[in-house]
Design a protein around this ligand. Sequence first.
Ligand code: HEM
Length: 201
Amino acid sequence: MSSSSALSPIPGYTFGAPDLPRSPISLEELDRLKQTILFTEEDARYLRMSAAVLEDQIEQVLDVWYGFVASHRHLLRYFSSRQDGKPIPEYLERVRKRFGQWVRDTARAEYDQKWLDYQHEIGRRHHRTAKNRTDDVDSVPNIDYRYLIALIYPITATLKPFLAKKGHKPEEVEKMHQAWIKSVILQVALWSQPYVKEGDF
Ligand code: HEM
């Protein structure tokens, strides 16, 4: 399992790159955010349990998530050309690879400085600060913030059946699912920073 970027074959995946901008919050502040979301060591353990459950299902999970985005024009437009409004296949494909790696990184649940800095980078890539740059595309410049929050529900709800596919007890499936919900909310909270007025984050 690789999450170090320099050797990574995933285009644009820069987790751990030394030149990434630092997260505006410290690891202590991250810890307070985790406490606020009731994220505990037990959640980290269940995320790690989900890693093995999801590993050979990642492409199917991505089919569902991408299918969801593709079936809503108001979402697909963020992957589409600013010129003619048509989806940009290379953009979709390159982001999909990084999305697959994000599933692995989320399930790894190692909340260190590198992880925190990459969360900041993912936020920037949704926001006009850095959207389109990684893949050098001319798509719409910014993802409207309200959709980041709204997508938390379909992303996490559609994951549950996949968590249940490897014969775990219903209580274990539920705990993996709850841990995923917490982690995705935590991450989207971190991704919000570039969207929030200076001084208010
Ligand atoms: C819970 C909410 C969301 C999650 C978990 C999520 C997850 C991700 C991940 C993991 C990446 C790749 C990050 C990387 O470069 O390593 C990404 C990029 C992207 N996401 Fe999202 N996303 C969310 C909301 C949205 C929404 C609402 C849209 C609108 C359709 C969207 C569109 C995109 C686009 C266009 C990129 C590529 C950005 C770029 O680098 O140019 N995302 N997302």
